[in-house]
Design a protein around this ligand. Sequence first.
Ligand code: SF4
Ligand code: SF4
Length: 125
Amino acid sequence: MAVKITDLCINCDSCIDECPATAIVSASDSPVNGDTTYVKPEKCIECADSTMPKCSDACPTEGAIVWDMPYTAEFEAHFVKGHESGLYAIREHKKNGIMFPSVSPKPFREAISIATRQAGVAVAG
Ligand code: SF4
Ligand code: SF4
């Protein structure tokens, strides 16, 4: 990832059109639970070239968007394990190789510490 949407989300969908990476889908299109707006970690680029993540700028709900681990090889187990527990939808593609972070890592903000990510600190809008 990335960033992650929590169960504080009110499903207003304000963040979806703001995402430059088309990484966010509405709850009804969520590949994991269908209850909450979902960020695809394999697409999120943390808006690394912007001042702040666009989704958090658009979000009216404090705590709905939190930091998650970088989508890099170092944290592959985090995302694969999350897939097994239904948190993420990381899967193998038949034709396009695989979307695992070790194969297709995404940009992330080095200024956001691992401790902050592990703690799931809210992304400030
Ligand atoms: S941080 Fe940026 S790329 Fe990631 S979900 Fe939010 S708007 Fe999209
Ligand atoms: S803008 Fe915030 S509250 Fe609205 S859908 Fe996105 S994460 Fe949820």
